[in-house]
Design a protein around this ligand. Structure first.
Ligand SMILES: Nc1nc2c(ncn2[C@@H]2O[C@H](COP(=O)(O)OP(=O)(O)OP(=O)(O)O)[C@@H](O)[C@H]2O)c(=O)[nH]1
Ligand SMILES: [Mg+2]
Ligand SMILES: [Zn+2]
Length: 362
């Protein structure tokens, strides 16, 4: 009984770092271990955080022996089982807790492994500068990457001080007409337009990961949110072109209670799905949809569906439709309960499987 109470308080205190019932139901640490969250990874060393603050830890020899793929190693945002005794300099990590969501990309030269960007994030802010970086195809690939990992996407257009309002309006219209329903934020780190609106959206105990090309203003923004100068940024040319500055990811808790993770600028080829032409087929599917017999066609078997016809013609891959559906249904999807989501995933998975089978039969 007493130990139950102990566990309850521990978990409640961990909530402020993003702990929730979901992890509670799955955590199976040894009685000698406690739970902590990975705040940063420096080569072999981990910076962990729990209700008592930050501390350093290493992976146990046995863990390293049994896990070789990079995605099997803890990354920022992960929850781990760690053993630490009073007076120890380092904790020893024995296990990695199941990830509720993840953000990952392909590893260079490997088809089976993938590289973790962050784990257990609730929202990913896809950042593009409206001045030099705006690109709808890349945005769509980021969206697919985010949806695949189970987090919710927000779109953030930065450097609004450098373009005129009509350019910005055109970009927003372009995003919306592509069928993307993720919330769009417009922001300037210079004039601070849009900053408070974004700050208000950052909920306590939720984890937000910022991704996007180098130089779009991710770290500058996070600095503003922190209100200090903890993250490094380097001055670049007045044209707003970026230089690679951020080198490490760190989970930081804001005063308002939200947890944010900065990221080094990402090179495009690393995005999962980037070479499968998702961006192109995405636009094609949205264009075709308008010719389906029913205006609210879900492309899941309605008569007169032009999209399904295109799949049967081999013009569009079933996978592309799957990704398209994920993005389009995002708004409804977010309102569903976890169980409903699981069921919908299974149903849709079955449908895609049968669609693929049909294709092979032809
Ligand atoms: N004009 C303008 N400049 C900005 C804005 N936000 C950031 N900058 C400048 O853009 C440059 C790059 O900003 P960073 O915050 O370092 O960009 P980053 O996305 O963190 O880049 P990486 O760490 O390389 O991924 C800096 O010189 C910033 O001062 C903005 O809203 N408007
Ligand atoms: Mg940065
Ligand atoms: Zn249709």
């Amino acid at each position: 009984m007493r130990s139950d109470i102990g566990i309850m308080t521990r978990h409640n205190e961990l909530n402020k770092f993003g702990w929730s019932d979901w992890f509670d139901q799955r955590a199976a640490c040894k009685p000698t271990d406690t739970v902590a969250r990975v705040a940063a990874v420096d080569r072999e060393q981990l910076l962990l955080v729990d209700q008592n603050g930050h501390f350093r830890a290493k992976l146990s020899g046995s863990y390293l022996h049994h896990h070789h793929l990079s995605h099997e190693l803890p990354c920022v945002g992960d929850w781990v089982c760690v053993e630490k005794h009073l007076g120890d300099d380092f904790g020893v990590v024995h296990a990695l807790l199941e990830r509720r969501t993840s953000l990952c990309r392909k590893s260079a030269g490997s088809s089976t492994d993938y590289q973790m960007i962050a784990a257990n994030i609730d929202y990913v802010l896809i950042v593009q500068s409206c001045q030099f970086d705006f690109n709808l195809n890349r945005l769509q690939r980021y969206l697919v990457m985010v949806m695949d990992g189970g987090a919710e996407p927000y779109i953030l257009l930065t450097k609004t001080d450098l373009v005129d309002p009509s350019t910005l309006a055109k970009q927003v219209a372009e995003i919306e007409s592509a069928g993307i329903t993720a919330p769009i934020f417009r922001l300037s780190n210079i004039t601070r337009d849009g900053l408070e609106e974004l700050r208000r959206r950052l909920l306590p105990e939720k984890t937000y990961c910022f991704v996007g090309s180098s130089g779009v203003g991710k770290s500058t923004l996070i600095n503003q949110l922190i209100g200090g100068q903890r993250q490094e940024t380097r001055a670049v040319s007045g044209t707003g072109e970026g230089r690679h500055t951020t080198v490490r990811r760190e989970l930081i808790r804001l005063e308002g209670g939200a947890l944010v993770i900065d990221n080094p600028g990402m090179r495009e080829f690393g995005i999962l799905g980037a070479d499968s032409g998702i961006g192109d087929s995405f636009s094609r599917i949205s264009a075709l949809s308008s010719r389906c017999r029913y205006r609210d066609c879900t492309h899941t078997g309605e008569p007169g569906c032009v999209v399904i016809a295109a799949i049967h013609e081999g013009e569009i891959l079933p996978e592309s439709l799957e990704n398209f559906q994920k993005l389009r249904d995002e708004a409804t999807f977010n309102d569903m309960s976890y169980a409903e989501k699981r069921k919908k995933d299974r149903d849709f998975g079955r449908y895609i499987k049968s669609a693929k089978k049909d294709l092979r039969k032809d």
